[in-house]
Design a protein around this ligand. Structure first.
Ligand SMILES: [Fe+2]
Ligand SMILES: [Fe+2]
Length: 188
């Protein structure tokens, strides 16, 4: 594990605690660490640069964690933050550009802009992380949004269907069994 990755991880964990004190949600514990885990698994399978993928996963939602810029553009602002943080650590220029692309193009709206395998790993892992945290989706529906049982079930079902469709074709193949099992157990 490189010092750069350790340093960026510590930074994101620290800032996630600051965000949690203000907003009651810990980005690292509830989301980012799952994205990292899934991204590293995909990086192994697809032969991507492991370090670039881990940094991309750690930094993909950094603008949200830092509350830097509007949340709708957190990929754009996250790219700026990634540039600053990695430059401060004197990270390799070529790899830095690859990490920045992972952050910029992690959202489904940027799917067509992805050109590298590392971008695909981070973007797909971001989606797969939702499959690791299904109770969060129900909590959002029933607790936060006060939906009825049926409304909540339809909401979660629709969300998981849309998520699955956001994956790259390769990752759809990898996730197919798990996705179908989840849907069968929850909504059959
Ligand atoms: Fe995001
Ligand atoms: Fe994310």
């Amino acid at each position: 594990m490189s010092n750069i990755v350790d340093s960026i991880r510590e930074n994101i964990i620290r800032q996630s605690k600051i965000y949690e004190e203000k907003n009651g949600y810990n980005y690292y514990e509830n989301h980012i660490k799952y994205v990292v885990k899934n991204a590293l698994e995909l990086a192994e399978k697809y032969g991507a640069d492991i370090e670039v993928v881990e940094l991309g996963a750690l930094l993909h939602d950094s603008a949200a964690v830092y509350e830097y810029g509007p949340i709708e553009e957190h990929n754009v602002y996250g790219e700026k933050l990634a540039d600053k943080m990695l430059s401060d650590l004197n990270y390799d220029e070529t790899k830095k550009e690859l990490v920045k692309k992972c952050v910029l193009n992690h959202r489904s709206s940027t799917k067509l802009n992805r050109n590298t395998i590392e971008e695909k790993c981070v973007a797909d892992a971001d989606v797969i992380a939702h499959f690791d945290r299904i109770p969060d989706l129900f909590s959002l529906a029933y607790h936060d949004r006060g939906m009825t049982i049926l409304e909540g079930a339809n909401y979660v079902k629709g969300k998981l269907e849309r998520d699955f469709n956001k994956l790259s074709d390769e990752s759809k193949v990898l996730l197919k069994d798990r996705y179908e099992n989840i849907m069968k157990v929850l909504f059959n």
